[in-house]
Unconditional design. Structure first.
Length: 181
């Protein structure tokens, strides 16, 4: 199954939204939220300032999923959300994706479409990989979440800079542990 390309946009949007809203260095301004939608190929032009509250709340809701380390608990969370939000899967055909699935009702506004598609894409990731592809960054002092849709799937950090910082710290600690000759 393919998880790269636009199909992972729902996952990437979920990560970006959670980090924007819940992380210590996050930016959840209207402008930042609009940029998340644009970067992940949602209809960002339809974003209205009054949508910001719904998106922020959704980011806080999804954080619990990324923090979960128990598959049954995470699945129950996603299942509850899939019952709670309006879902009406159907096939759409528009640029730049061509033929693809939409998960919210055709009449749904932007926040409901984002809720539906992020939820479906996270659920597909869980069905394929359990919780091995999602989590909170392993770097000291970082509270950002990540999702790994790469083939290798060994990611434990939110970013290259957190991975590098942690590796350098580990290297220095090892060197200190070796007594000088
Ligand atoms: Zn679409
Ligand atoms: Zn990090």
């Amino acid at each position: 199954m393919q998880t790269i390309g636009y199909k992972s946009k729902g996952v990437a949007a979920a990560v970006a939204l959670v980090n924007a809203v819940t992380s210590a260095d996050g930016d959840d301004s209207e402008e930042a939220l609009r940029a998340i939608l644009r970067d992940n190929e949602y209809f960002w032009q339809q974003f209205e300032p009054s949508d910001a509250g719904a998106l922020r709340e959704w980011g806080r809701t999804l954080r619990s999923f990324f923090e979960s380390t128990d598959l049954a608990e995470a699945a129950a969370l996603l299942n509850d959300l899939m019952l709670a939000i309006p879902m009406h899967p159907h096939i759409a055909n528009h640029e730049p994706h061509g033929v693809h699935m939409h998960y919210a009702p055709p009449s749904a506004r932007l926040p409901d479409r984002i809720r539906a598609s992020t939820l479906m894409k996270l659920s597909e990731l869980v069905c394929q990989h359990g919780l091995s592809r999602t989590g909170v960054c392993a770097a000291d002092g970082c509270d950002r979440v990540y999702a790994d849709v790469s083939r290798a799937g060994r990611r434990r950090f939110c970013s290259e800079s957190c991975a590098n910082r942690t590796n350098v710290a580990a290297f220095r600690a090892r060197r200190r542990a070796v007594p000088p000759a």
